[in-house]
Every structure is written in C-alpha cells, then in structure tokens.
Write a protein that binds this ligand. Structure first.
Ligand code: ADP
Ligand code: MG
Length: 596
C-alpha cells in the first residue's frame, strides 16, 4: 500500500465510474483504447510544446507508448513518454471531472436507461480502467515537477505520494493495471496486439509491445547482437551485460545456451493514413481510421473523401460524412465542435477551432494536415491565420464535390438527406455565398414521386406554360396530400412539392427562386397556374355570384379578410387561403411552436 496523502473522488467521478462499470462490463476491452488514446494525447501535448520550446523534449526525446505484460504479477503497464502530470494535475485530472457537459451527461445516464450508444460516443476515458483492474497505479513525471504516484482501488478514494524511486521515467506516465480475477486474457500478447490493431492502429505515435523472448546461442559464434531495445532502459543494459558474461563463460564449455531478452515489437503502422496515396488505402482502412477519429467503436462513415490541395496553401486531409447525425447536432451552444483536427507537418495543433468550416457543416469529421502554415501557429492564433481561411474555402469546396458524387447514387443520397437534410437547409439560410450550390443539393418529396426529387428534376418535368414551382407545406405528407389546394393542382396535372419539415418554408422564402422559377405556395391567394385562357373569367363569375359573396363576407367578417371566387378548386367547395404577404397555416404553426 502506498504511503501518501489520501484524497476523495469528486462525487461525479464516483457516479461516472459506476455508470461505466455497470454499462460497459460486456466490452471491458475498451479500457486499452482509452489509455492508449490518453497516452497519444499526452504525446501530442509535449510535441506541441516543443514547437516553441525545443528543450521540452530533453527529458526524453523518444515519443512512444509501450505496453508490457507481467504475467507472474498479473499486471499490465502502459507507458507513454508524453507530457506527464504534476502532483496537482494527478489530483485534479484523475480525481475530478473538468470536462464541460460531463455532469449533465452523468445526470442523463444515471437512470436505468443507460444508453450504450451515448456512452460509447462520450468517450468514457481513464476510469474505464476499472473495468479490468482492481488496483491501478499511475506514475507520472512532468517537466514541471518531480515524479509522483497516484494509486486507487476505485472505491471512493485515491492516494498520491512522491515516488521513492526518484524520477525514473524521465518524462511521461506509466499506468500499472492490476488485473481483476477473470481478466487474465489481457496477459496474452496476441490479445493485446489484436486490440491495438482493432482500436489504435492509426495512433500517430509508435505503440510497442515489450516481449520477453528466448533464443539459443551457439557457443562457437559471437552472440548475436541484442536487438535494439530502447536505450534509456538502464536495467535492461545491466541485464544484457550479465547475459554477455554468461555467454563468455559458456564459450569454453561449449554447449549452446538459451538466453532471454526483451524486445519491443511495433504494433501499429503509425504512418498517418492521410499522407498515404489514396490508391494505397483500402476501404477497410478508411473505415477503421474513422472509428479511431470519432472514438466510436465499429462505426462506419456514410462517405469520405481523401484529398490534397496545392497552391496558396498546401495540405492533405480526409473528410468523412458520418452514417448518422448525432442527436445533439444543433444543440451545441458552446460553439466547440471539435470536428476538424488540424495538424501541421504531422504535428497535432488543435481540434477546437470553429474557423475551418461553416456551422452548418459541423456534422463532418475532418483531418487536415498543412505543410506550410507557420509552425508557431498556436491554438489562439489559428483564428487570424490567413492559411486557415484558405483551408476553410478548400474544405467547403471538397465537401460540395463529395456531395455531388454522393448524389449520383440515389439510394445513398436519400440516406444523406434523411440524416443531414436539415443541415443543408441551415446552410441555405446561413451561408449566403453558397446558396445556389446548396439549392441544387436539396431534395423533396413530390406528388409524382415517392422518392426524393431535386429542384432541377422538378423543373425539367414542369408542364408547358407553367411558370412557377408549386409547393405546399404541412405537418406531414398525409396532411399535405389531403389539402384541397393540392388536390386541385393535381387534378390539373401539375406536380407539387411536399414540404413537411418546419424549416422548409423559411428556406424557400430565402431562396426565392430556383433557376429563375419562383416558388409558389399553392395555399396562397394569387396562384398563377399559367393556363388563364378559360372561357369564363373570374370577373364574370364574381358578378354572377355577387350576392353570395356579400353574404359570406358579412357572415365571416371577423375571421377573414376577403371572400373571393376561385377556379382553383375541383371537388372541394371552398378553401381558406393565406394572402400573399401573410403567414400560411404551416408558418403560423411554426411560429406558435417557437413562441412556447
Ligand atoms: P479525456 O482524455 O477525455 O480528457 P480521461 O478520463 O481519459 O478524459 O482523462 C482525464 C485527464 O487525465 C486527461 O484530460 C488528461 O489531462 C489526464 N491524463 C490521463 N491520462 C494521461 C496521460 N497518460 N498523460 C497525461 N495526462 C493524462
Ligand atoms: Mg481520454
């Protein structure tokens, strides 16, 4: 037992641990992904610091994660040479929850209705280690402090003490996991290798598995050179020295001997997928990288584009459209979207800038690696950086290219519209410079088609003499179909666009027209059908029915503005219409809903 100061976990941490342990007990293996990802984050941080302060790396120039299995003690260690933690950081980072939104998250997860999907997406973090461990010891060395040990059995407190062994790590963090009863599978090298391949293949730092190997050394020949373990392991080299002595001895006695030695095997390719040639990357690799990027195990993207830009700013990147829209897509009020990861020359810079994409594209997941953005770019200066503006422009263009390609596959594109149609509409409202392009990507249900139709296709099917694009709004397609307005247009052979999304009407008001064709709500009063050559004019009919009109007007005085003769209806005797400048029934419903 560690002799040090004892601290209590913040209540939220204890609750989070309970949620994690109770809901993820079927997939305890994710602990490895979480710890490797923390190691990788810590490595990103020290590398980022070294951009402005090269001496930051002097405490250990190697940047990697090493996993070692100690079968006899039933312990796995995961060691990174990242930024490390000071005593204070150990206490804060591994004892409290600082991340915004976490408390709310715990609140929603605390019922019996734990949503596995949500937990997976949230990234359960460090505490998932207690899925497999009954004791965890974190030893950490930051450049700014001595080496400290954090230890806990997860009940409700943890201990922190200065490491009596001294600053042995140089820099970084070592997590020693004492496995629970029944979790011995993680002592198996091939199991660890399998998990690294599954979850962490695209981590941009080498991940090693330290293996203990044996080999037979012939007495006659010089002992083969020890495969290079990492240099800084003083213990290792001592052992090696002992080994060599032994070999010297046996030389005289002649029989071959078996020696044990340690070797670090690289478990991941750690070459960023985005800098590879697209032709050399398999679809499976793109999918696997996506699930690493999103930290969503096993999730697959709907579509992706691997691109390269040259010219004013040179960069490579991959852009993904997720298969599903997140539930909170339009509720992220804090503006932190974290959907674009910026690297400069392979060094991770930031993922918390909103400068790379317009808001309506926040559903995309993007990695960008720039060649010539100034290297001293900091998270703060990203905003005013000229290259960033240029990257922004390129990304939007790449996205339009990707959607154009996607839209050629009707079925796939219908899936996109279902998940992200609202994002497109938001774009039509917010992104003035791209409204035209966006309008070509919109799809609607119509009276002629069960499937989605583009505005282009609608226009190509317009009747001879038809000037406007006809649409009608309603809460759902059934309601729209039953409208007398729609019925009368259909009877005359016109196609009507069905708008059942509350935002549709606002979007059409914004667009005003498509390729010169006005949008005409068939529920409005001045409907121009373009076939005004009928024998009897409305004026003649108005004279004929003047007394009926007067009577109706007097009767409905308080409810309507005007009573008019119309030739629009076929089977329904009368209909209530909005005037040209007034709100339609649908719009009123929408505004009503907003007021509440
Ligand atoms: P997250 O990674 O989402 O922030 P975690 O629960 O995984 O949440 O980790 C909590 C915090 O602990 C991290 O934000 C980081 O500050 C710190 N931390 C965890 N592991 C390491 C590590 N290996 N090296 C340095 N800091 C770490
Ligand atoms: Mg983490």
């Amino acid at each position: 037992v560690l002799n040090g100061e004892t601290f209590h976990f913040q209540t939220e941490v204890s609750r989070l641990m309970n949620i994690v342990i109770n809901s993820l007990y079927k997939t305890p293996e994710i602990f490895l992904r979480e710890l490797i990802s923390n190691g990788s984050d810590a490595l990103d941080k020290i590398r980022f610091q070294s951009l402005t302060d090269p001496s930051a790396l002097e405490s250990n120039p190697n940047l990697n994660v090493t996993i070692a299995v100690h079968k006899d003690q039933r312990v796995i260690t995961i060691t990174d040479t990242g930024v490390g933690m000071t005593k204070e950081e150990l206490q804060k980072n591994l004892g409290t929850i600082a991340k915004s939104g976490t408390s709310e998250f715990i609140e929603t997860m605390s019922g019996d209705t734990a949503d596995m999907d949500l937990i997976g997406k949230f990234g359960v973090g460090f505490y998932s280690v207690f899925l497999v461990a009954d004791k965890v010891r974190v030893t950490s060395k930051s450049n700014r402090d001595d080496q400290y040990i954090w230890e806990s059995t997860a009940v409700d407190d943890f201990t922190i003490a200065k490491d009596p062994a001294g600053n042995t790590l140089g820099r970084g963090t070592q997590i020693a996991i004492h496995l629970k009863e029944g979790q011995d599978q993680y002592l198996d090298d091939s199991r660890i290798q399998g998990l690294v391949t599954k979850y962490s293949e695209f981590i941009n730092f080498p991940i090693y598995l330290r293996r203990t190997k044996t080999k037979t050394v012939e007495a006659e020949v010089e002992p083969a050179k020890e495969p290079e373990a990492k240099e800084e392991e003083s213990e290792d080299s001592e052992e090696a020295a002992v080994e060599e002595e032994k070999v010297e001895e046996v030389k005289e006695k002649a029989p071959p001997v078996t020696v044990t030695y340690q070797e670090d095997d690289l478990m991941n390719s750690n070459k960023p997928i985005w800098i590879r040639e697209p032709k050399s990357v398999t679809p499976e690799e793109y999918d696997a990288f996506y699930s690493v990027l999103t930290k969503e195990t096993g999730s697959k993207p709907m579509a992706y584009s691997h691109f390269k830009a040259e010219g004013d700013v040179e960069f490579k990147g991959i852009m993904y459209i997720p298969a599903k829209a997140p539930k909170d897509l339009f509720q992220r009020v804090d503006g932190v979207l974290s959907n674009v990861k910026l690297y400069v020359k392979r060094v991770f810079i930031t993922d918390d800038s909103a400068e790379f994409l317009p808001r309506w594209l926040s559903f995309l997941k993007v990695v960008v690696d720039a060649e010539d953005a100034p290297l001293n770019v900091s998270r703060e200066t990203v905003q005013s950086n000229k290259s960033i503006k240029s990257i922004h422009k390129h990304l939007v263009k790449k996205m339009f290219d990707l959607l154009k390609t996607l839209s050629q596959d009707e079925e796939k594109y219908a899936g996109f519209i279902k998940e992200f149609g609202t994002s497109l509409k938001l774009g039509a409202l917010e992104d003035k410079s791209n409204v035209k392009k966006i309008s070509r990507l919109l799809r609607y249900r119509t009276s002629e088609h069960e499937k989605y139709t583009s505005l282009e296709d609608y226009v190509s099917r317009m009747k001879k003499g038809q000037k406007d694009i006809f649409y009608f709004t309603g809460a759902n397609i059934e309601e729209i179909k039953q409208s007398p307005f729609v019925e009368s247009l259909l009877a005359r052979g016109y196609e009507v666009l069905y708008m059942d999304d509350p935002v549709d009407e606002i979007v059409l008001n914004q667009l005003a027209n498509f390729e010169g064709k006005k949008f005409q709500n068939v529920g409005k009063s001045d409907l121009n059908l373009g076939d005004e050559n009928a024998a009897v004019t409305e004026r003649e009919l108005e004279t004929k029915f003047a007394s009926l009109l007067d009577w109706l007007h007097a009767t409905l005085l308080n409810d309507v503005e005007k009573v008019r003769i119309s030739k629009r209806l076929t089977t329904s005797p009368a209909a209530l219409v909005a005037n040209d400048f007034g709100w339609t029934a649908n719009m009123e419903r929408l505004m009503d809903g907003q007021a509440k």
